[in-house]
Design a binder for this molecule. Structure first.
Ligand code: SIN
Ligand code: MN
Length: 214
């Protein structure tokens, strides 16, 4: 039924598009199931360690390329050394659908890395840029489970101006073009807001990226 609801669109900055309710409840459930599988291996979901030694509060598992602060590798050298799971074609198609929904059909969009982030009730993510990719292609972000306060800033500094918005379960956020390298972060989640039908306690965020790496 939720697929029949109108999809509200906002553009918080040039090139940044928020489409609420973009995923149906069934799609969200399927993604939760898929994430459970990816979190189990071959590389386990883990909290990445920052260069200063601190650990992220978010737990991450990757597809296609393994990300650790601040580089991509094919093997998960900071998480057991396993080979990263393949990036499935159906997820790339979902990424192309997302870019089409945001900007119209692209000539080409071939995401080859996904970061799956899990937020427990206490997790957050500081302001940062996604800039370890060598491709200027947009980043596609899918949110499932608890809603959160997402801060979307500017490309110059991690400070104002920024827009705070609520990302809810099923929402799509795409940032490309003039916003591709904008700072962004997650201030907090709203624990317990996930639809019980998802069978998920917490929040999942999946970002699809083109690394530009071979
Ligand atoms: C990220 O910036 O990688 C994650 C954003 C989010 O969790 O919404
Ligand atoms: Mn990011």
């Amino acid at each position: 039924m939720d697929s029949l609801l109108p999809r509200e669109r906002t553009d918080p900055a040039p090139g940044a598009v928020h489409l609420s309710g973009w995923l149906t409840l069934d799609q969200q459930r399927e993604l939760v199931e898929a994430c459970r599988g990816w979190a189990a291996g071959p590389v386990p979901m883990r909290a990445a360690r920052m260069p200063n030694g601190s650990q992220m509060s978010v737990k991450t598992v990757c597809l296609g390329w393994h990300w650790q602060p601040y580089r991509y590798t094919r093997t998960a050298d900071d998480a057991g050394g396993g080979q990263v799971a393949d990036f499935p074609e159906w997820l790339a198609e979902m990424g192309r659908d997302a870019v089409t929904a945001a900007y119209g059909a692209p000539d080409r969009y071939a995401p080859d890395a996904a970061l799956i982030n899990f937020y427990d009730d206490a997790a957050s993510m500081g302001m940062h840029q996604d800039k370890d990719e060598r491709s200027p292609a947009p980043v596609v972000s899918l949110s499932i489970g608890d809603s959160c306060v997402f801060r979307f800033g500017n490309t110059e500094t991690r400070n104002k101006p920024w827009t705070d918005l609520e990302l809810e379960s099923g929402d799509l956020f795409v940032f490309g073009g003039a916003s591709r390298f904008a700072y962004h972060g997650v201030l907090k989640t709203h624990p317990g807001t996930a639809d019980p039908a998802l069978g998920l306690k917490g929040r999942l965020n999946i970002t699809l990226r083109e690394t530009g790496l071979a």
